[in-house]
Design a protein around this ligand. Sequence first.
Ligand SMILES: [Zn+2]
Length: 386
Amino acid sequence: MNSWQFETTVTETRADARGTWIALESTLFYAEGGGQPPDAGTLSGEPVLDVQRVDEIVWHLIERTLEPGTLVTGIVDEAVRRDHSIQHTAQHVLTALLEDEYGIQTLSFGIGPADSSLEIDTDTFDWDQIESLERDVQRIIFENRPVHVREFPAEEVEQDRLRKATDRTGTVRIVAIDGLDYNACGGTHVDSTGQLGIVHVTSMKKVRGNVRLTYVAGLRALAAVHSSRTALRTIHQTLSTTNETVAARVIEERNLRLERDKEVKVLEARVAKAKVAAFLQEDNYVITHIGKTEAETLTTTIVERIAATGRIAVGANHSGQKLWLMHDGTHDIAIGKFLKRTLDDLGIGRGGGSHKQAQARFESVLELERATAEIVKRLQEGMVSC
Ligand SMILES: [Zn+2]
């Protein structure tokens, strides 16, 4: 038996929709609280899904039920606990430095499954300040300052040293980091700041007039670096860039694309005009345009132009497996309803629309072709009474 394993007895059980909540004579499981998620682990081999404290009783959620009086073995997942302790202790260091070095109070804190967040009482904080804060945190990590956790009778607590006043009576648990922090806290912590490894801020956002920082520490920070590097390597390989050139290159690529989009629009308009002019040679009431390889924007432009001449336009685009139906509003055909009913009859595609325009999407080009043929047939035969 190691320090993460314990034996105890079930004292009480309560069932709800999520499973059975088990109360134990004693437990090593940390119940969710103070921004820290509950411990993970097992009770007699059953995964512990949640741990909550209600009126000083710690309840462990498992799927199966256990009878009161049953002897159980509890095992706390050491890796999950260590990870939570690292993220939580990192918060102590961040909060202390933000207050002491930048005069900014922490308003709230939470450990998430991917990263942790800290809402701080300021509306101005920038990335230079974040880098400076990270360097300050790293100094505290390198100094490997001990983290002391001790319980004191409330009257022995040095009230004026407390980072945040507590109204707790009886026994107060004090978490102190040498020369940095003195705090009443019920969470779990590492033994010294060196165990945090590295603390890395991942995002900064304005919320409710404050700033919310998200951060990762320890192995989560390593995973974040790996993930960023993988993303960057893909960009570097695709665009032949380096860390130094990538930002400028991405901006250049985006501007180039915006320029090309504009050019494509002009060209599409020219192509559409030419194609529509050809269609108008035919004296048809329904005109069908099939775009096999063209962009969807070109198909819709052509459909709009045909409809503007007073005909009923049917446009199919093979690459997007989409179909458009349109008229200029002078026809007595509710296009959306007509399209929907035709698709329902065929049992393929999804779509609908308004009185004068509608669109549908299909699973395959084959379905698109079938629907197009049926729609054109019905329109030409006048099977469109709505
Ligand atoms: Zn704490």
